[in-house]
Design a binder for this molecule. Structure first.
Ligand code: CP
Ligand code: NVA
Length: 314
């Protein structure tokens, strides 16, 4: 197997070429089909261990990485940062050096993206981003996997629309994933909720050369017209709780309702990384309705992460 990915970190999707992203997606599809045919364990990582560090809560990331690693024949140690010496002042650098002597890879969910970069700098093993304030690359890769599964491999002709907070970690990774595959993301967000400048810079340095582009459309009704894919995420991400009232007020016109979905193509799909705040960014009739692919999308996290683990962990 091509192993140019062995020992690499997975902090943002911009670190990978289009070919490498495509390889991760192809391996994920292969592993998913074998899983569906009943092959529950494919021992590509026997005896390997993965440490997972969580500074914030998680349901999907934790359980999908844990089951993925175990189904690859490896094992996992999941820790909340509050139960580690990190909580008593041990540095990220020393934590990285120590864990590198025990395990073969680290998944970390952190508040500040900078912390992940430091963890990766001082680790001799792959560090995988399990969500930071700026990026959620395992989610972004899963999202394009799901879009291709539902709409075909060439996503460059699709109208993919993210409605809500354009500065959201999930929006950023979706933008990079779509862009690296030569597609276009329409972001429908109010003023003050545009993608973070550091992500726009990364996008311009990487996705643009593959034909990727993005556009901001303030009017959600115009944005969603004839869309193939409508995506949203929570309005208040973990760590933004103090801005809750303002965010709800500003983002209210961007709620994905069935009326908004009717502007999209009749066979459009609705996506959400979950957890959803039902009644806020999306109504029940959309997330539970005919457009919704959110459960397949959630399942795909496991298949896609198996691919990431199998390709990166030595
Ligand atoms: N989508 C996602 O990462 O979910 P969790 O916060 O439950 O891990
Ligand atoms: N944007 C959300 C995603 C959760 C998976 C958050 O950061 O809380």
């Amino acid at each position: 197997m091509y192993n140019g990915l062995k020992n690499r970190d997975f902090l943002t999707l911009a670190e990978f070429t289009r070919e490498e992203i495509q390889l991760m997606l192809d391996v994920a599809a292969h592993l998913k089909s074998r899983f569906k045919m009943g092959e529950r364990v494919i021992p590509l990582l026997p005896g390997r261990h993965l440490a997972m560090i969580f500074e914030k809560p998680s349901t999907r990331t934790r359980v999908s990485f844990e089951t993925a690693m175990k189904e690859l024949g490896g094992d996992v140690i999941a820790l909340h940062s509050s139960e580690m010496q990190l909580a008593r002042g041990e540095t990220i650098e020393d934590t990285a050096r120590t864990l590198s002597r025990y395990v073969d890879g680290i998944v970390a969910r952190v508040y500040e993206h900078r912390k992940l970069e430091k963890l990766a700098e001082y680790s001799s093993i792959p560090v995988i981003n399990g969500l930071s304030d700026l990026h959620h690359p395992a989610q972004g890769l899963t999202d394009v996997f799901t879009i291709m599964e539902k709409k075909g491999r060439d996503i460059s002709k699709l109208k993919i629309v993210f409605v809500g907070d354009g500065g959201d970690n999930v929006a950023h990774s979706l933008m990079l994933a779509v862009g690296l595959l030569g597609g276009k993301l329409v972001i429908s967000s109010p003023k003050g909720y545009d993608p973070h400048p550091s992500v726009v810079k990364l996008f311009n340095e990487t996705a643009v050369k593959y034909g990727g582009s993005f556009e901001i459309e303030r009017d959600p009704w115009r944005a969603v017209r004839d869309a193939d894919v409508v995506y949203t995420d929570v309005w208040v991400s973990m760590g933004q709780e103090s801005e809750r009232e303002k965010r709800i007020r500003d983002l209210e016109p961007y709620r994905v309702t069935s009326l908004l979905m009717r502007q999209a193509k009749p066979d459009a799909i609705f996506m959400h990384c979950l957890p959803a705040h039902r009644g806020e960014e999306v109504t029940d009739d959309v997330i539970d309705g005919k457009w919704s692919v959110v459960w397949d999308q959630a399942e795909n996290r496991k298949h896609v992460q198996k691919s990431i683990l199998a390709l990166l962990i030595p």
